[in-house]
Design a protein around this ligand. Structure first.
Ligand code: DAT
Ligand code: MG
Length: 151
């Protein structure tokens, strides 16, 4: 079972799109295993975006994600990482197809509403970075057999 870290970024929360964004992942079939509302500490933002630390947009990215509260969700599911990325859309919202979160609600790269892990290993690592083990709940959802095929 894969894990993916989703963040409703400050613009998503400020614009009142938190519910709409979570709804799409939930409707897709992903199972919530952790969720919290928080102001992101600068040190955590820098760790999360460490891969971009030498990019010209790094400082702006850290400023954006720490500028106002976010909602962080850990999801679990088969193919969770790629499925969530497809639900989110492209990094540049104006190139993102209609029907995706960014394609439906965003226009600019620096206001792209939502984060999702970009690989299976990153999904594991990001969930571990943002959540303590005690904040994650492992639970059998009654609809699981209707969403996850038995193998
Ligand atoms: P994504 O959020 O689609 O996973 P990413 O991991 O490549 O995209 O980059 C993280 C964030 O950094 C992205 O959501 C917006 C910002 N970003 C990426 N490339 C950028 C660029 N060329 N100019 C400005 N901001 C950029
Ligand atoms: Mg990314």
């Amino acid at each position: 079972m894969e894990r993916t870290l989703i963040i409703v970024k400050p613009d998503g929360v400020q614009r009142g799109l938190t519910g709409e964004i979570i709804r799409r992942f939930e409707a897709r079939g992903l199972r919530i295993i952790g969720m919290k509302f928080m102001q992101v500490p600068e040190a955590l933002a820098k760790k999360h975006y460490a891969i971009h630390k030498d990019k010209p947009f790094f400082d702006g990215l850290v400023k954006y994600i720490t500028s106002s509260p976010v909602v962080v969700i850990a999801f679990e599911g088969t193919n969770a990482v790629q499925a969530a990325r497809n639900t989110i859309g492209s990094t540049k919202p104006h190139e993102s197809p209609a029907g995706t979160i960014r394609g439906d609600f965003a226009l600019e790269i620096g206001r792209n509403l939502v984060h999702g892990s970009d690989g299976v290993e990153n999904g594991e690592n990001e969930v571990a970075l943002w959540f303590d083990a005690a904040e994650l709940v492992s639970w059998p959802r009654n609809t699981d057999p209707w969403i996850f095929e038995e193998r």
